[in-house]
Design a protein around this ligand. Structure first.
Ligand SMILES: NC(=O)c1ccc[n+]([C@@H]2O[C@H](COP(=O)([O-])OP(=O)(O)OC[C@H]3O[C@@H](n4cnc5c(N)ncnc54)[C@H](O)[C@@H]3O)[C@@H](O)[C@H]2O)c1
Length: 255
């Protein structure tokens, strides 16, 4: 494998079994990083690791839940044991829920906050001692364009907007230790999840594409390219920022 921008770096990627997380894992391995993937989906994780190894990559996985603090600590310990350190953390694991404001249940609120916000927070808390010791770290949180508001996504958008605030505060606190913290907020990205509710060629999907100035749905690889850049030393003067990757959807009306 040729030397890449992330040569010899070690990355933990949450939600790496499919969709955007899977694409980030492939991109980072192609750029030379070793990766530890964590996800709830054991079979899919094993398949991704198998494919990464077939490319010559150094990849491990652990079936784990980001919202379980002690499980997250175990993932970090295993990463130290297998890969020696942690240079990069990508908080990608997340769930969405379509909700009507009046029908949303308290337990749905708690679940989304627990996974999307607290889970990301636990992962950061767990890697911080290592990054401080190294005087080096890159943390990338995956928010959403829904953080700006999206119909029937009150709780989801609250958690994703929360990640943006968390990113800014963490960036300030960790800058003195050489740790960059940034946020990526994707627009519609054609993952399995997106395709299952927006079939290719359907009227609904055509309407979404029509509203996007660049006239296409994003690909997981689009997000992976941005995340890999933010994880690299080419982005060393960027911290506390949120970059929307949405084909221009969040900028305004194209006509
Ligand atoms: N696809 C989009 O259009 C889109 C848009 C904006 C933001 N996002 C965000 O990007 C991220 C990835 O989304 P995706 O579309 O690839 O979704 P996805 O459902 O395909 O992938 C998410 C992964 O996270 C895992 N996961 C969920 N809860 C977990 C937990 N508690 N612990 C560990 N792993 C867990 C899932 O098993 C899954 O493999 C999410 O945070 C999502 O909110 C996606």
């Amino acid at each position: 494998m040729s030397r890449g921008r992330l040569q010899d770096r070690v990355a933990i990627i949450t939600g790496g079994a499919r969709g955007i997380g899977r694409a980030i894992a492939f991109k980072m391995v192609k750029e030379g990083a070793s990766v530890m993937l964590l996800d709830l989906l054991a079979d899919e994780l094993a398949q991704v690791v198998y494919e990464l190894k077939a490319l010559g990559g150094n990849a491990y996985s652990i079936t784990s839940d980001v919202s379980d603090r002690s499980a997250v600590d175990d993932v970090v310990s295993l990463t130290l044991k297998k890969l020696g350190t942690v240079d990069i953390l990508v908080n990608n694991a997340g769930i969405s829920l379509a909700d009507s404001l009046e029908e949303i249940k308290e337990e749905d609120w708690d679940t989304l906050v627990k996974i999307n916000l607290k889970g990301s927070f636990f992962c950061v808390q767990s890697v911080i001692p290592i990054m401080k010791d190294n005087g080096y770290g890159k943390i990338i949180n995956i928010s959403s364009r829904a953080s700006l508001g999206k119909l029937s996504r009150t709780v989801y958008s609250a958690t994703k907007a929360g990640l943006i605030g968390m990113t800014r505060s963490m960036a300030l606190e960790l800058a003195r230790y050489g740790v960059n913290v940034n946020c990526v907020a994707p627009g519609p990205i054609a993952t399995e999840l997106f395709n299952s509710v927006n079939p290719e060629g359907s009227e609904k999907t055509k309407a979404i594409i029509d509203a996007i100035p660049l006239k296409r749905i994003g690909r997981p690889e689009d997000v992976a390219n941005l995340v890999a850049f933010l994880a690299s030393d080419e982005a060393s003067f960027i911290t506390g920022q949120t970059i929307f990757i949405c084909g221009g959807l969040t900028v305004g009306m194209a006509h």
